[in-house]
Ligand binder design. Structure first.
Ligand SMILES: *[C@@H]1O[C@H](CO)[C@@H](O)[C@H](O)[C@H]1NC(C)=O
Ligand SMILES: *[C@@H]1O[C@H](CO)[C@@H](O)[C@H](O)[C@H]1NC(C)=O
Ligand SMILES: *[C@@H]1O[C@H](CO)[C@@H](O)[C@H](O)[C@H]1NC(C)=O
Length: 508
């Protein structure tokens, strides 16, 4: 059965900060490519890649934005955004060693959250990496300490980086977990018992910069503010950019009860080395600036931004990059014997070590673009003014805290009122149809739409905010067969089937 039931996660309602949510419903590709870490070469691990179609081993801002023809495209919802967004792929490795790609549900979302003041567009040519692939442990408390106790001096970037990763246990029948709540994979027992709708991988990028477009390690020109999403920027990093936040949902629930483990493509079964890359590929920096200034509707919907030209998911899905010759025929989906290609699984807690890169003749992985780990962080030295307590004092561990008081009760009430799988249509109607409809007495009882084979694709998705909730509406076309007696022929009728998800919550 297709798993089309992903609900959007960030419930940002009534917030003072505007944002938009860039939907990237399909990949441009799945391949061992990483133009930032391994320019011009095969990358050591597989990435799930979205956005601009002119993606390859040496991609730059110019490549993404200046193409003509077939590669002038994006797999995201707004044609002016040909940015490249990519993260490592998630695999399932069963006890016999066989691996396969875990189904990624609904593509990915790239949030542009306008938290800091005096926001500047990313300059043309801007690119960055978040996370460090060799980290294999998380040393902080769980859940995070109250944000009010975090250092207000954001010099410990390692501390912040490890809290910019989230593994959100999804169960659409329960109150949602806050974003960036847990910074490594939940263990298998917990996953199997609780994460019945899958696992959402989250990655927050630094939003403070020194004004440069890039740096030798693609990291040191940017820094996290003191509370990851907001707060104070470190000295020398006083240019404020939108806060970029990736969400990718994986159908880990398909493996409940099976023997094995989840491993990220670079050999990480812990999750703490999760990372991602961004190359700014907006039409121009001025254009992005106008969106930052004007796309202030609280809904977060790209539909509500007057500047954006939208495209359908089906057009976005046509945007794929050409696979370079060196990678032609490489199977990144599996089933395979081990991770593609020959990546060793390294459990930690010590940092992962270098390994040979298949197809690169003896070349080894080059360790990290390292962000130095400190064994402990200094207590706040009040070099900076404290972060705004009204925004941060009670939020734990990240961007959003769902309303666990009245919000949670409402959510439960609502969950009980609908089918546990959220499959039952809350409304359905017959699409206008020219098919013959037999007199009622001649036809068999109309089958339930919920029983229909969910064979056809979602024909559209949309997200909107209604009061204190974000609703994601999926419209799926299903085919229902109605059998009639001999006096009337069998007919197929098209039905349009709506799935509605509600997520409630409030931003702190
Ligand atoms: C790319 O496509 C967009 C929209 O389809 C069009 O407006 C633009 O002129 C194209 N640019 C190039 C360089 O082909
Ligand atoms: C935000 O967008 C909605 C449509 O989704 C519209 O009804 C509303 O008026 C917009 N709000 C503002 C402040 O522009
Ligand atoms: C935990 O990870 C950090 C950063 O990679 C590393 O410096 C440290 O040695 C690790 N701890 C252990 C016990 O291996």
């Amino acid at each position: 059965m297709r798993n089309f039931r992903a609900a959007t996660a960030l419930a940002l309602v009534g917030s003072a900060s505007a944002f938009w949510r860039m939907p990237c419903r399909s990949r441009t590709g799945l391949a061992r490519m990483d133009p930032l870490m391994d320019p011009g070469e095969i990358s050591d691990h597989v990435h799930s890649i979205f956005g601009g179609g002119n993606f390859g081993m040496t991609t730059t801002y110019e490549d993404l934005t200046q193409t003509g023809g077939d590669l002038n495209c994006t797999s995201c919802g707004v044609i002016e955004d040909q940015s490249a967004y990519w993260t490592p792929m998630l695999y399932w490795q069963s006890d016999d060693g066989k691996t396969e790609a875990v189904q990624q549900v609904g593509g990915m979302l790239a949030y542009y959250l306008l938290y800091l003041d005096d926001l500047k567009a990313f300059p043309e040519g801007f690119q960055m990496i978040a996370g460090s692939k060799n980290v294999r442990n998380f040393t902080g408390s769980f859940p995070d300490a109250e944000l009010s106790s975090w250092p207000t001096d954001p010099t410990d970037q390692f501390f912040l980086q490890q809290r910019a990763i989230g593994f959100n246990c999804l169960n659409y029948n329960k109150a949602p977990e806050p974003s960036l709540y847990r910074h490594q994979f939940p263990d298998r027992d917990y996953l199997d018992a609780n994460c019945l709708s899958g696992l959402r991988l989250e990655l927050a990028f630094p939003s403070c910069s020194n004004g440069e477009k890039d740096s030798h390690d693609h990291k040191s020109h940017v820094a996290y503010p003191s509370l990851v999403k907001e707060g104070n920027c470190p000295e020398g990093y006083d240019t404020h950019h939108p806060f970029i936040f990736y969400e990718s949902i994986f159908a880990t629930n398909q493996y409940i009860g099976k023997g094995g483990k989840f491993v990220l493509s670079y050999g990480d079964p812990v999750g703490t080395g999760y990372h991602g890359d961004f190359i700014m590929g907006w039409k121009s920096a001025d254009y992005l600036q106008s969106a930052i200034d004007d796309c202030t509707n609280d809904s977060g919907n790209v539909q509500d931004c007057p500047h954006f030209t939208l495209q359908d998911d089906s057009d976005a899905a046509k945007c794929t990059f050409p696979v370079p010759d060196a990678l032609k025929g490489e199977d990144c989906e599996g089933p395979l014997d081990g991770l593609p290609v020959d990546v060793p699984v390294q459990d930690g807690p010590q940092p992962a070590t270098a390994f040979p890169i298949a197809g690169r003749g003896g070349a080894q992985t080059t360790g990290l673009p390292s962000t130095t780990a400190k064994t402990s962080f200094a207590l706040p030295t009040l070099t900076y003014s404290a972060a705004n307590p009204s925004l941060t004092s009670t939020a734990q561990g990240g961007i959003i805290v769902a309303m666990y008081s009245s919000g949670a009760n409402r959510l439960h009430a609502e969950a009980e009122a609908t089918s546990p799988s959220y499959e039952a249509p809350t409304s359905s109607y017959e699409a206008p149809s020219s098919t013959y409809v037999a007199p009622a007495s001649l036809i068999t009882e109309s089958p339930s739409i919920a029983d229909a084979a969910p064979a056809d694709d979602i024909i559209s998705t949309t997200t909107y905010t209604q009061g204190n909730e974000v609703v994601e509406l999926y419209i799926q076309e299903v085919e229902v067969t109605i059998t009639a007696t001999a006096t009337a022929p069998s007919k197929h009728r098209r039905h349009v089937h709506q799935h509605i998800h509600h997520q409630r919550g409030a931003r702190r």
